[in-house]
Design a protein around this ligand. Sequence first.
Ligand code: ATP
Ligand code: MG
Length: 358
Amino acid sequence: MTAQLVSSSKPRILTGDTPTGSLHLGHWVGSVKRRVELQDSHECYFLLANMHAFTTRSEDPLGIRRDTIEIVRDYLAMGIDPNKAAIFLQSEVPAIAELTFLFAMLLPFNRVMRNPTLKTELELKGLSEKFSFGFPLYAVGQTADILSFRPVGVPVGEDQVPHLELTREVARRFNQMYCSVPTDAEDEDHEKLGGVFPVPRADVGRVGRLVGIDGKNKMSKSLGNAIFISDSPKEVQKKVNKIFTGRQSATEPGDTSNALFQFVDCFIADEARVAELKDRYSRGDNIGDGHIKAELSEAINALLTPMRERRAQFEGRDDLIVDIVHDGTARANRLTEQTLLRAKDAVGLKFWPRTLAM
Ligand code: ATP
Ligand code: MG
């Protein structure tokens, strides 16, 4: 099965999540829903970025370990099928670390620090005065996470687009510097022209940025503004009730581009109903925020109910989860060792082949 996967003719995708907490509705709409849709037509690799979690959470290794397992439970709950997609541990794929070191030489330091997502994270996570050397390195590491798999596309939320741009720059530079790909080559021709790496594109979902219940920032595991996939129906209701609109009464004309309606647009599937709610809300036609929030909670809970049921099968079964990740990591290593060897060959670092035993 594995050999088949490595040489599969299906287009390959890679994406992943950092174990800084459990997964939330932002992950579902921004990336995981797309992954579930693609797992039949694509060869899929989903990375648990447990090394990168140390950039902001090095004092809590047990928490990182716990959340790594929880994220897999969330994946399974959301419908990712480990028989189709390889779910793997970043820390157990050495090719990623080795390529990170090599790629770090291809990017000017100032270029990495200009990345707007890094800047926002430093600010929002209160790291501006005290971030580690490893923090900006994670952006370089992410280029290696991706390119180790030579994927055609990366399903991600909007905040990841700058990281993808950095990745595309690394791929182009590597191919030009070490594989004689001409500087004016089109991105899609790089592999045909002898480049080791494709220049992969970001595949942003329909909702690239779901707002958090604070109504301000992106919904984020580390910002305390998330509705988690594992939240109970009651918790969902409580959190939805907190979505801030600033509207005073049911007869006040409301702004349908506010945070509450961003959620309505994402989670109430009946388009005619959404149009009706928007019409009445914008006219202040005796429709309170509380009413809309009740309908919204119901819709979110309807989405989460089958996920809760699937999740229940893996509660208390960390052994099963570790098996799934072990299998996925073995698959990931078979592929990335091939990539690494080709990259080492291109830069004159190939002396002998090696095999990894797990
Ligand atoms: P952290 O707060 O630790 O950065 P996060 O909630 O931002 O965590 P990540 O692990 O950084 O989650 O992101 C994993 C994937 O989910 C990325 O592709 C990211 O773009 C996507 N994603 C995360 N939050 C959202 C959101 N609110 N809306 C859309 N996509 C999102
Ligand atoms: Mg993030």
